[in-house]
Write a protein that binds this ligand. Structure first.
Ligand SMILES: C[S@@+](CC[C@H](N)C(=O)[O-])C[C@H]1O[C@@H](n2cnc3c(N)ncnc32)[C@H](O)[C@@H]1O
Length: 314
């Protein structure tokens, strides 16, 4: 490092130090002197490498799907129950969180390819924010899921299931970020399975570890009951209220005891909105993130936006 470069790094570090009290400074000193920062640094670099791979996969998917990231044959409709029932076709816009992070979304808005507002009465300044909704988990949320939320011991014998795997983003995240030997995506739409196959072949993803199944999840009781971690995100734009109820009842019947459920929504609130909370009570227990020490690998600004829930099946 040049003299100037070193000087500039020291200035940046001093700027951080100046806001710390003596106790905090002493903790930082220990963290550096007892070398434990090295492990954190190594983990951060690995996470960065994975992120680059996921960005490349996202770029490849963007080339084969429209900007809306919804396929013409999909039957997507705003839900009539639950916390997203304020969404309507008029006030909601799908921006895929895996394909477009906040910066890219902002660029699309600047280029005029995406609007943030909708006009309430067509000719005035009486406009309103559009609701941006994503049908996919973002890279950062996936990284948090596997590196902070879930237990560390996702070893060779574990099976991860993504219910409704869409582009396969969660499968790729699990592939790069865990050692789980079986990573399965079940997706009802054949076209998304074709996209997943295309991506897996392009990025040489080991098909012995990652499998996708083109099926209705209701037909996959064996796969669910053999899974140790189940990721189930917001199906309510894709199924009607009654189908949604049936899927949750089916999950209760099929999940094995001790398995983990990860969702981006509070399950109690979701089940309440479907009027099946009592029937499914005592089924799940909410858990704290298992590897909180890894939060150090994330920007605090990014952490604010992450909404995730981890449950263990009783
Ligand atoms: C909200 S997306 C979730 C994508 C991905 N799991 C994630 O969280 O990033 C839901 C997906 O579930 C699929 N789907 C809907 N109903 C399903 C069912 N009964 N069985 C399997 N997949 C289903 C939809 O086609 C859609 O691609």
């Amino acid at each position: 490092m040049s003299e100037d470069g070193f000087q500039s790094v020291k200035t940046r570090i001093l700027k951080i130090f100046q806001d710390l009290d003596e106790g905090e400074l002493s903790e930082i000193k220990d963290w550096i002197c007892n070398q434990s920062y090295q492990k954190d640094l190594e983990n951060m670099r690995k996470l960065n490498e994975t992120d680059n791979k996921l960005v490349k996969i996202g770029k490849a998917i963007k080339k084969i799907v429209p900007l809306s990231a919804e396929l013409p044959d999909e039957n997507i409709a705003p839900p009539t129950a639950g916390d997203q029932s304020d969404c309507t076709v008029a006030n909601t816009c799908h921006v895929d969180g895996f394909l477009y992070d906040d910066d890219e979304t902002e660029q699309l808005v600047k280029k005029g390819l995406l609007k943030r507002y909708y006009c309430l009465d067509c000719h005035s300044r009486n406009i309103k924010d559009l609701i941006f909704i994503s049908h996919s988990m973002s890279r950062i949320t996936m990284q948090y899921t596997f590196k902070v939320l879930l237990p560390r011991d996702l070893d060779k014998k574990k099976q991860i299931l993504d219910v409704g795997s869409r582009f396969g983003n969660i499968l790729y995240g699990a592939y790069y970020l865990t050692n789980a030997s079986h990573i399965i995506g079940v997706e009802i739409n054949q076209k998304f399975c074709d996209i997943q196959k295309q991506i897996m072949s392009k990025f040489s993803i080991d098909s012995n570890r990652v499998k996708m199944i083109n099926s209705d999840i209701m037909e996959c009781q064996d796969i669910i009951s053999n899974s140790d971690i189940i990721i189930l995100n917001a199906l309510d734009f894709f199924v009607d209220t009654e189908q949604h109820r049936q899927i949750w009842k089916f999950c209760k019947k099929s999940f094995k005891k001790g398995s983990y459920l990860v969702t981006t929504r509070c399950v109690t609130e979701l089940l309440e909105s479907l009027n099946i909370c009592e029937e499914l009570s005592d089924w799940l227990t909410i858990c704290k993130p298992c590897q909180l020490e890894n939060e150090i690998l994330f920007d605090t600004d990014d952490l604010v936006d992450i909404e995730l829930f981890l449950y263990i099946v009783n």
